[in-house]
Design a protein around this ligand. Structure first.
Ligand SMILES: [Zn+2]
Length: 175
């Protein structure tokens, strides 16, 4: 385990000295392998790490159905069985709640599309985790210097995350 992330404040729940691991703010599964080393990591406690991982597994499974790019069908065929083998309960929920819907494509074409019962609250919670990770203190997120000036108001509203000090900002100010 990396000492770099041990015993620090958990950036997600703001519990001091609670972190046990470095968490990738954006799950590695969302990023092509060649770019994974560039994903920012932040200190996280065991519970937050687990809660966030559960949400990430949910999203990586349901997102397979939402792809509209050229590789989407291949991704669903190759990745689907593996991801749903790990989460058969989710597979059953999606199968039970699926329906068909007539919808107009951006091109104007009307198609009969598959709809699935997606839990928006889970996606919202995961986005909140990621936002907290990206807004965490500067010492754990040197990449965020570029965001200085934008993050202060957000951090104030969220409360428990330590405020970024003005003189720590070295990147170009925005907005
Ligand atoms: Zn935590």
């Amino acid at each position: 385990m990396s000492k770099r992330f041990k015993g620090k404040i958990c950036v997600y729940c703001a519990t001091p000295v609670a972190s046990e691991t470095g968490d990738h703010v954006l799950a590695r599964e969302f990023v092509r392998a060649v770019f994974r080393s560039q994903i920012p990591q932040v200190p996280a406690c065991r519970q937050c790490n687990k809660n966030k991982a559960d949400l990430e597994h949910y999203l990586t499974a349901v997102l397979l159905f939402g792809g509209r790019h050229a590789d989407a069908a291949t991704n669903l065929e190759t990745e689907g069985p593996r991801r749903f083998a790990k989460n058969q309960k989710l597979g059953r929920q999606l199968a039970k709640g699926r329906a068909r819907l007539w919808t107009r494509e951006p091109s104007g074409l009307v198609v009969n599309a598959l709809t699935l019962p997606i839990d928006g609250e889970k996606i919202e919670k995961l986005v909140e985790f990621m936002a907290r990770g990206l807004m965490s203190p500067l010492e754990s997120r040197p990449w965020a210097r570029l965001l200085c000036g934008r993050t202060d108001s957000y951090v104030e509203r969220r409360g428990p995350i330590p405020k970024i000090r003005e003189n720590e900002c070295q990147g170009p100010r925005q907005g």
